[in-house]
Design a protein around this ligand. Structure first.
Ligand SMILES: Cc1ncc(COP(=O)(O)O)c(C=O)c1O
Length: 370
């Protein structure tokens, strides 16, 4: 019954695209993604983890975790710099309240603030959401900071709390400095404590430069988790997918799986990462070579991901933002109440980066005169 005018547009077999995929995703892709997670996070070792369950992109993965695990009265502990869509995904949809800890203190991860937030009373269920590389700051903790985060969570679990730690790994691997965590926190959390369920949500959106394909994954890890336990979690998750969207696009899953077999795939992926790294380096260089910018704005620490933030020091961020659009044809995301601009360096051509920051400087200068 496949319509030839549709099928002829695909280079893959119609059988790999037109029928429904299983709710949990196609098995060879789930196996392959697990293999890749283990290869990219070698400290995971040989313990038992769930097979990844396929979702319709990372957002849907996060939402599915909310559907399965969040009760209306729950707080979600998250850094004060966070992807704004969490408000819709978790608060608007499931009634959870976001409870913030400070992301930075003295240009480092604020471990004390994190510790206070996860050890709040009463002891019981705690839902923690961590996103590294972070949107919007572009920060990934150093190896030492990552170890401290794990230690704090382990202590919290030891104190009798039952922890769900959701890792939004959307920007996994886009790390541009040495000394920064190169593995997901899933590596140290998935096998950390029997009171701590680690949930890794990731996808091909950014990791594989396939934004519109809508393929994400949910993977579970818990200390001493048995195959039976993980199978139950996989089935529950597949049930949640079935009850909401039935299943994720079969064509996208098949195309990506086949692309992985291509001899040039890895090289092409490395070339893309290098392009983003060059943009990252150009931002660093631009900021270093213009100390005059510091009168008006300074950057927050950043070492990874797609974005970085600058904090305006004396100009009204909304005014500068509008002037940038109207006069300088420059678009940034403005977090007015925090006096922050988020800058998407990953998608800014190399030769426009200096101009971008100069425009911000000129707009700030102009606004502070008014
Ligand atoms: C932190 C974070 N999580 C999730 C997503 C959504 O990913 P997807 O497009 O796969 O739904 C984004 C995309 O902007 C993001 O920045």
């Amino acid at each position: 019954m496949v319509i030839p005018s549709t099928a002829s547009l695909l280079k893959i077999d119609s059988r790999d695209a037109f029928p429904y995929a299983p709710s949990e995703g196609i098995k060879p892709l789930r196996n392959k993604w697990q293999e890749l997670i283990l290869a990219k996070n070698p400290s995971l070792g040989s313990a038992e983890y769930s097979l990844p369950v396929v979702t319709c992109g990372v957002t849907h993965g996060l939402s599915t975790v909310g559907y399965l695990f969040i009760d209306k009265t729950d707080d979600i502990i998250v850094s004060d710099l966070y992807w704004e869509n969490y408000d819709l995904v978790f608060t608007a949809a499931y009634g959870a309240r976001l409870k913030f800890f400070n992301f930075f203190k003295n240009k480092s991860f604020d471990i004390e603030s994190f510790k206070v937030a996860v050890n709040s009373v009463p002891v019981g269920k705690k839902f923690v959401l961590l996103n590294f590389p972070n949107n919007p700051s572009g920060y990934t903790p150093t190896g030492k900071e990552g170890a401290e985060i794990t230690r704090v969570l382990e202590e919290t679990a030891n104190a009798g709390n039952r922890l769900l730690v959701l890792l939004d790994d959307s920007y996994f691997d886009l790390v541009f400095e040495g000394g920064v965590m190169s593995e997901s926190l899933f590596s140290s959390l998935a096998n950390c404590h029997e009171n701590l369920l680690a949930i890794k949500v990731d996808g091909i959106t950014k990791e594989e430069y396939a934004w519109g394909f809508r393929v994400g994954f949910i993977t579970y890890g818990i200390k001493n988790g048995s195959r039976a336990l993980f199978k139950a979690l996989e089935d529950k998750t597949a049930g949640a997918v079935r009850g909401n969207i039935s299943n994720s696009p079969h064509s996208s899953q098949s195309i990506f799986l086949q692309a992985l077999n291509s001899e040039t795939h890895d090289k092409e992926k490395r070339a893309n990462k290098e392009k983003i790294r060059q943009r990252y380096l150009r931002v660093k260089m631009t900021l270093d070579s213009h100390p005059e910018y510091l009168e008006y704005f300074e950057s927050l620490p950043f070492n990874s991901g797609y974005f970085m933030c600058v904090r305006l020091k004396k100009s009204d961020p909304e005014k500068v933002w509008k002037l940038l659009l109207d006069k300088y044809d420059t678009g940034v995301i403005c977090f007015g109440e925090k006096s922050l601009f988020r800058i998407a360096f990953a998608s800014t051509p190399l030769d426009k980066i200096e101009k971008l920051f100069n425009n911000i400087y000129l707009a700030c200068k102009e606004c502070s005169r008014n």
